[in-house]
Design a protein around this ligand. Structure first.
Ligand code: 5HM
Length: 329
């Protein structure tokens, strides 16, 4: 049980790295592994790791969860934020297992919108329900031969209990060094978004993993991160407070952010900090657009517009600084 992701990440990494249950090589990838792993995060809003050596990519984190929330499965969108995503695509255009958006909003042949099902169930039908489950993994994924991209997440479960929205994630497999960073960011973001939509307090987040592992090529970096964690003291309070989503239904803001995100990514517009400031959006979402606008300069390798950086909240400045030291001048 941890206060925040920062602490959960270090402990889990330490556990899998130093006390693996198995050394094996599924699909040829050498790794150390533990089975049946659980952790609880008491404050799911605190969803990032601040260790300098881990180099959290806050832009990718927001992009990935917004990609899920857009319902999109295109490589174009998510590949712009992470050049390695194409390795998971069978056709170079779309992602199947990794694209959780279509699973959440149009599951299977019946194209079930699981999000609205959850909302209806938890607001009107049976708030105490134990059926509020969004399924992601689909048995048909295993039938496809040589499928490179099979959902690692089986599903997400919501529980409304005593005015709070708790959430559990269930994963068949999770990379304790890389995958967990973006997965827990996205899942807890989804939890916060649903809590705001249902007008509930945010409860704990439970992470349940069948196989948690660290791949051998990440051993050196993992070791470095763990050494740094030890030298800083494991339980040191995170340096920043992660921003809270506005206590309203955030979907119209998300739609607006997604509209600008696409234009920035395709390089069809540029946005200055004052243009972003003038938008009719809560500051929380303007900050996300500042991050995407700043990233546009990085992605297209143009000299940075520092005004974008200067308008970021300190927590985002810190994370951006740490990830892209070229900004430090
Ligand atoms: O052989 P397998 O299909 O499990 O390989 C995919 C691997 O990607 C997982 O085992 C896990 O290490 C990592 N992964 C993750 O941690 C992949 C995804 C994409 O669904 C994810 N988290 N969200």
């Amino acid at each position: 049980r941890f206060n925040n992701f920062h602490e959960a990440y270090i402990e889990t990494l330490d556990d899998v790295y130093h006390k693996p249950q198995f050394y094996n090589a599924p699909r040829g990838n050498k790794s150390r592994e533990k089975l049946n792993y659980h952790l609880t995060i008491q404050n799911p809003i605190e969803r990032v790791c601040y260790l300098p050596s881990r180099k959290t990519n806050i832009v990718f984190n927001f992009a990935e969860v917004l990609w899920y929330l857009s319902g999109d499965n295109s490589l174009d969108f998510i590949g712009y934020y992470n050049k390695k995503m194409h390795e998971y695509s069978m056709n170079g255009k779309t992602l199947t297992g990794t694209a959780y958006g279509p699973k959440i909003f149009e599951f299977g042949n019946a194209k079930i919108n699981q999000w609205s099902q959850m909302k209806e169930l938890l607001t009107n039908k049976d708030p105490d329900s134990k059926r509020a489950f969004i399924q992601i993994f689909d048995a048909t994924e295993l039938v496809i031969e040589n499928n490179m991209d099979i959902s690692c997440t089986l599903g997400l479960q919501f529980f409304v209990r005593e005015g709070k929205l708790y959430m559990a994630s269930y994963m068949r497999a999770n990379d304790a060094f890389r995958g967990i960073v973006s997965d827990i960011f996205s899942f807890t973001f989804i939890q916060e978004l649903m809590a705001r939509e249902l007008d509930l307090e945010i409860g704990e987040f439970f992470h349940n993993v069948g196989s948690i592992h660290i791949y051998q090529p990440d051993d050196n970096w993992t070791d470095k991160v763990l050494q740094e964690a030890n030298s800083i003291s494991k339980h040191k309070k995170a340096m920043y407070e992660f921003p809270k989503m506005p206590c309203v239904n955030n979907w119209s803001s998300i739609e607006s952010v997604l509209k600008y995100e696409a234009l920035l990514r395709k390089d069809q517009i540029r946005m200055t900090s004052s243009e972003i400031e003038q938008l009719d959006l809560p500051e929380y979402w303007k900050q996300v657009l500042l991050l995407f606008s700043l990233y546009q300069y990085i992605a297209y390798k143009r000299p940075i517009d520092f005004s974008l950086y200067h308008h970021l909240w300190p927590v985002y400045q810190h994370l951006v600084d740490n990830k892209w030291p070229l900004l430090r001048q």
